[in-house]
Every structure is written in structure tokens, then in C-alpha cells.
Design a protein around this ligand. Structure first.
Ligand SMILES: [Cu+2]
Length: 724
């Protein structure tokens, strides 16, 4: 943290002294550890070359002489900053354009809030008080049935001509929300489950052009947009719309009024009150992992944890003395919404570049977020980039867990033999809480050399009114008048594997039908493999109708059987449904592919850049520029893996989204001809059936061994039935 603050202060002092000329410092985008060139790091790790000097990388917005803004990046020496040098922002580009909205809250947000308040408290109040049963007028220090005003989603910007940011058009939508009178006079949304209290039976749409203040362009009532307050009143009073008066939402005066959105116990009986504690995990001989600062070691594995603005990173992943991956890092968590109000259907969140999710690791609770036998690691969080850093307590946990599914198994028939290997895994987990949402991000290492990278979703949905006959197109009802809106969670990881060294290639093993005539001239249908080496960079989608395995292979090393050593990747298939000719896709082009493969460049370090979220269609970085036809045979390769899920809101999403409902994104890397046999045959918890122990007692040896060795184990006298 001292270093972070020192670099920040040093750069500000440099700017004050005019040393950044011709640039003038404007703001800090990020300040992180500088990643030295990979070749230098490998020379140090593998060949005894000197360690590359430690340094920090600062990405800054600077003002140029002509007044325009640009993004540059500098490297600053550590631990005591005294020099800085420019480094490329992204491969081949020392500077990229940078644009902010250039309008202040006073010019933009304040007038919109005032206009909405005037309409809600004035001509529309009769409608409001009917729909939102008895709602008070918008006011400070509200005492009953309180409402607040809030913007729906982020501002969205349309640029009519690519690159011409002087002609932008900002879309903003405002709506109402329920507030609690007891909390700050009903002024804030600081109460449990407030995210599920957003009201959108009526919302207000504005456009702000580069010149001129915001203009009201529409009022959305019950899913239909009207141009003026008069049109809204006419529609409300039209007898054809009389049903609207029944589509009401009760206001809340206490937390109990909205139990559905809270973790408070529900009325009625509790399940299993006499045995309130479920199965727990423990390490009978003590932890088998070791943690040394950010380095984690376990059962032949070692790697280093790091955090970045975009999410967790795992570096230098080694198994049984060989490097499998140089870097696996989370890049972006993208969520694009649909909904009956324009705030929702314009909403696209970039939780990495915009909300710095990597710095939002929230404190994890032993026994809830991670098992009781987990070790916890604090993290450094540089929120906001320009602000001072802070320590995130218990932001990571590390633990070995019993998957309760054998890794290898065959029947233990006495005299015949068989055996098994228990499947335990080492988990390194962090939980990123970004506003309403929680992303549990983890890496799991297995005894056989497999790696899983998971992002599991929980937390509150972004609430929305449930308007009968309208909202069903975007979800389901979760409470009286309340719902949420359809959205996706699309995530991207950078996967820099080094399989048997840096010289790699991609083999696609497709399973294809094979028809043939036998000697009796009968037609048979079977199947075979169509193996192909990919020649140039590509992005592709997995299709269950054309099954295939994508294997990263060494072009230099084979296993004992002469097969190129390899690692295969399985990802949870997820497709962005936007048509590929949609101009906004330029800002999140990586969502088009399950997997893209590129040749490694130090400068191609990320798949998205800051600010490209609010100016879709004219990004500073279009990921497709990485896919420029270079050869990928015998090269150092990077896989850009996209996985995710569609979130269709349903009633069991209240109070929060459960981790069981398939809300899981991620991928698995499995050894594929990398070893000569399964790599887990050397572990101590291998069972061999030797024919001397009766079958019924087979689970016993390990438990007995623990007891005989006097290791600290729970009292098994209390649970004899399972093993008797
Ligand atoms: Cu969701």
C-alpha cells in the first residue's frame, strides 16, 4: 500500500513540475503492478537470469496540447519512485483516444431530477398514488410510504458517426423506488434488499446532446411510451386502460413489509432444528497446502495469486515441476439487460473496466463463504484508481475440500482387485461484490493435473416493476408487483497456457459420423475422429451438434506414446445473442466467441479497455483486432475464453440469486496426452483392493488409520452407524 501511494504521489508531483509535458495529468485509470516482458520473466525463472526490476504501471488520462484527452501508460520504478518511462497502452499503440462525457452533473443529472420531481409531485401525482399505493410525494424526511428517485442503469451514449465524439447523444432513464421511512427519514436506500424495490410502472426517458441540456423524450407508463405528461394523463383516463388501476404495488413502512427481499427468518417451522449444523470439512493431518505471501503450494502444484482491477489472476501455474500456464486472469464480466423500460433495455454493465470488480473482494465468512478449515488472505484494493488504496480483509480463501466423488474408481471386488482415488481439490476463492451482485470467482486444482476456473453468481437481482401482460417478455413475477429483467452474465478470461514450453499449436478433434459397407454390403453407421491443426488465429463457438475437443499441444514434446503433450479445454457454452452486425459489438467483440486463440504479445494484455463501455460502437480497443490472421503453429498461444449464463428472473431469485440454479460460468483445463497415464496414481490417498478386507469394511481403513495415529478427528463414537 505504501508503494501504491508513493507512486501516485510521485506521478502527481511529476505533473506539477511539468515533467509529463506535452501532457497534463487528468485522472488515473489504474495503478497496478507492471508485468515485465514474459521473455524476461521466463529467463529469470528458468535460466537464472537476473530478476526483472519491480515496477508499477499507471494508466492515465492526460490532456493534450490541443485540449483533447488521451490515455497513456507509464512504468515507474519501485520501491522508491524516481524515474518513469512510457510503455504502450496496448500492443503497438503508445496512446489511445480517451473521451469522457464532458458534461457535469449540474448540467446533466440535476435538471433531469428536477424535471421528474416536478412531474411526479405535480400532474402525475394522482397516477403515482394509485399505482404505488398511497405513495408520499418525493420529499426529504419522508415519514410514511416513502419513495425515492433513481437513475435506471448507467447513462448510455450513442455516437452517430464512429469516432466523432463531439456529436454524442446520452440516454438516461429515471424511475422511482421504495424507501424505508425509518432509514434516514426515507432519504436513502440503505436497508436490506433495497435493490428489489425499484419501481418502473412509470419511468422517464431523457436525451442529452453534446450541446444543449437534457430533453424529456418519453414517459413509459405500463410498458408504453408517451411523449408528454398530457398524453400520459389521457391514456390513464382512457376507459380501455381501466385495468391499470388494479396493477398496484404496496408501499412499505417496515422491513417486515418486504420480507421477500431480506435474509430474516420466515414465519413457520424451521427444518432440522435439533441438528442445526450440517456436515463440515476438516484436515485430519493438518492442511496439505502451504501459503507463502501470494504463493500457494499443494500436492505438486504451485502458483501465485494476484488481483487486478479486472478480477483475479493466477500466475506461473506449475504441476509436478512443469509450467502449465503463465497466466490465467479474469478480464471482464459483462451484463446486458432487456426490459420494458428503456433504462433496462439500454443497460450494459462492464463490471471489470467500469466498476473495478477486482478491487471489490468483500470479506468472506468462515463456514459460509468458505469452509471452516479454510485459510484466509487479505488483498490490496485500489478502488477508483485515483484514490488511496486499502486492505481488503479476508478477500481470498484457500482450502482443500472433499468433492465426495471419486477421482478414479473401480469396484473393490475381493480377489479381483480394483481401487480408487479420492477426489479432493484445492480451491482459491474470492468473492467480488459489485453493488447488488456477488461473483464468487475461484480456481480449483485437482490431483490429476486438471484445473477448473469458475465464476458462480449470487446476490440481488436488479429489481423492476412487474407490469402484468408486459413484463413476462423479460422475466417472471417475484413479489406483489415486483420482478426483475432478463440479462446475461458473459465473462471473459485470458488463458496463457504453456504446454511443454512456449511452442504450441491447436488440435481440433472433431467427432464425425462414419458410414461404411461391410463385406455383406450392409450399410453401417459409426463415428470417427477428424483431427485438424488450426493454422491461423481464430474465434469460434462450441456447438453440441458438432462435438469436438480443442487441445493445446506442444509442437516439441510428446508423451511416452509419441502423442504431442496437450491440455484440452472445456467451457460452459454461452452465446451472446446480439446479431454480429450490431455496431455496439465492437466494444465487446470477445462475447462473439466461446474461445478465441491468438499469438502471444505482451501488449495484448486485455480484452477490453476503460470507457469503451459508454461509447459502444467506437471503442479504443476492438478485440477483433487481435484476430489478424497470424500463424498459430509452433507459437506461444493465448486462449480468450468466454463463458456465462442467461439470467431469466424467477421467484426463487428472492431474496437473492441462488448458486444452485446453473448460474455458473467457467471452464476446465484437462491434461490430454500430457502424461503417460493418469497423474493421480502417486497420491497417498490411493486405495487398492487387495482382497483381504471384506467389502463392507472398505471405507474403513483411512478412518481407522486416522484414529490409530491419534490425529485430531471428530468423535466417531457419535456416528458409528455409518461405519458399523
Ligand atoms: Cu443475474
Amino acid at each position: 500500500m505504501e508503494e501504491y501511494n508513493a507512486v501516485r504521489d510521485y506521478l502527481l508531483a511529476q505533473d506539477q513540475a511539468g515533467a509529463l509535458a506535452p501532457f497534463k495529468f487528468s485522472s488515473l485509470i489504474s495503478l497496478e503492478r507492471y508485468s515485465p516482458p514474459k521473455a524476461d520473466v521466463l529467463a529469470y525463472l528458468d535460466q537464472g537470469a537476473p530478476a526483472p526490476p519491480r515496477a508499477a504501471r499507471a494508466d492515465m488520462v492526460v490532456e493534450k496540447e490541443d485540449g483533447s484527452l488521451a490515455r497513456i501508460a507509464v512504468k515507474v520504478n519501485l520501491p522508491s519512485p524516481s524515474t518513469w518511462t512510457r510503455v504502450p497502452v496496448i500492443e503497438g499503440r503508445d496512446e489511445v483516444f480517451h473521451q469522457v462525457l464532458g458534461i457535469t452533473a449540474a448540467e446533466h443529472t440535476t435538471p433531469m431530477r428536477e424535471m421528474v420531481t416536478e412531474m411526479v409531485n405535480g400532474p402525475l401525482y394522482e397516477i403515482i398514488t394509485v399505482i404505488y399505493e398511497g405513495a408520499s410525494r418525493l420529499a426529504n424526511n419522508c415519514t410514511t410510504k416513502c419513495m425515492g428517485l433513481r437513475q435506471v442503469g448507467p447513462h448510455q451514449v450513442v455516437i452517430p458517426e464512429a469516432g466523432d465524439r463531439s456529436k454524442f447523444d446520452v440516454y438516461s432513464t429515471f424511475g422511482l423506488e421504495r424507501r424505508l421511512p425509518g432509514v434516514d427519514g426515507g432519504n436513502t436506500r440503505a436497508f436490506q434488499g433495497s435493490y428489489l424495490h425499484r419501481l418502473s410502472h412509470i419511468t422517464f426517458d431523457f436525451h442529452t446532446l453534446a450541446e444543449g441540456g437534457p430533453k424529456l423524450v418519453g414517459i413509459n407508463l405500463m410498458g408504453t411510451v408517451y411523449s408528454t405528461v398530457e398524453d400520459v394523463l389521457a391514456a390513464w383516463n382512457d376507459p380501455a386502460n381501466s385495468a391499470w388501476r388494479e396493477w398496484t404495488i404496496p408501499m412499505i413502512d417496515s422491513q417486515e413489509d418486504a420480507l421477500y427481499a431480506t435474509f430474516q427468518p420466515r414465519p413457520g417451522s424451521t427444518r432440522s432444528p435439533d441438528k442445526p449444523l450440517a456436515a463440515i470439512s476438516f484436515d485430519p493431518y493438518g492442511a496439505r497446502y502451504k501459503i507463502d505471501r501470494n504463493k500457494v503450494m499443494w500436492m505438486g502444484w504451485e502458483l501465485e495469486l494476484a488481483e487486478s482491477k479486472r478480477g483475479p489472476k493466477w500466475y506461473n501455474i506449475i504441476f509436478k515441476g512443469e509450467r502449465l500456464a503463465y497466466e490465467i486472469s479474469h478480464q471482464e464480466a459483462f451484463a446486458a439487460y432487456g426490459g420494458h423500460d428503456s433504462g433496462l433495455h439500454h443497460t450494459q454493465y462492464y463490471d471489470g473496466v467500469t466498476y473495478a470488480q477486482g478491487y471489490r473482494g468483500s470479506e468472506m465468512v468462515p463456514g459460509i463463504d468458505c469452509p471452516l478449515n479454510a485459510a484466509f488472505i487479505d488483498s490490496f484494493q485500489a478502488l477508483g484508481g485515483g484514490g488511496r488504496g486499502r486492505i481488503g480483509r479476508r478477500a481470498w480463501c484457500v482450502f482443500e475440500y472433499d468433492t465426495a466423488l471419486p477421482l478414479l474408481i473401480h469396484d473393490f471386488t475381493p480377489g479381483v482387485g480394483g481401487g480408487g482415488v479420492r477426489n479432493t481439490a484445492l480451491v482459491m476463492r474470492t468473492k467480488l461484490t459489485i453493488g447488488n451482485y456477488d461473483y464468487i470467482q475461484e480456481m480449483q486444482l485437482h490431483l490429476d493435473g486438471s484445473m477448473h476456473v469458475n465464476a458462480v453468481l449470487s446476490g440481488y437481482m436488479q429489481g423492476s416493476s412487474y407490469v402484468p401482460t408486459v413484463s413476462q417478455l423479460w422475466g417472471n413475477q417475484v413479489e406483489v408487483g415486483m420482478g426483475s429483467a432478463l440479462h446475461d452474465h458473459t465473462m471473459n478470461w485470458k488463458v496463457d497456457l504453456d504446454v511443454g514450453g512456449r511452442s504450441n499449436q491447436i488440435e481440433m478433434d472433431r467427432v464425425v459420423p462414419w458410414r461404411f459397407n461391410d463385406n455383406a454390403n450392409r450399410l453401417w453407421t459409426s463415428k470417427k475422429l477428424d483431427k485438424m491443426i488450426s493454422q491461423t488465429e481464430f474465434g469460434m463457438n462450441m456447438n453440441p451438434a458438432t462435438p469436438m475437443k480443442l487441445v493445446v499441444q506442444s509442437t516439441e514434446k510428446t508423451n511416452k506414446w509419441g502423442t504431442p503433450r496437450g491440455y484440452a479445454i472445456h467451457s460452459t457454452p454461452h452465446h451472446q445473442v446480439y446479431p454480429h452486425d450490431d455496431p455496439a459489438l465492437a466494444s465487446f467483440a470477445w462475447t462473439k466467441y466461446n474461445v478465441a486463440v491468438t499469438k502471444f504479445y505482451d501488449g495484448e494484455w486485455t480484452s477490453s479497455l476503460e470507457q469503451d463501455d459508454i461509447f459502444p460502437g467506437a471503442p479504443a480497443l476492438n478485440f477483433d483486432s487481435y484476430l489478424n490472421g497470424e500463424s498459430i503453429v509452433g507459437e506461444d498461444l493465448v486462449l480468450w475464453v468466454t463463458s456465462g449464463t442467461y439470467h431469466i428472473p424467477h421467484s426463487e431469485d428472492a431474496p437473492v440469486t441462488p448458486t444452485t440454479h446453473g448460474n455458473k460460468a467457467g471452464f476446465t483445463l484437462i491434461p490430454f496426452n500430457y502424461f503417460d497415464e493418469n497423474a493421480a496414481m502417486d497420491v497417498s490417498d490411493l486405495f487398492t483392493a487387495d482382497g483381504t478386507v471384506p467389502k463392507a469394511e472398505k471405507p474403513l481403513p483411512m478412518i481407522m488409520k486416522w484414529a490409530n495415529d491419534g490425529a485430531c478427528v471428530p468423535s466417531y463414537e457419535n456416528v458409528p452407524s455409518a461405519f458399523a
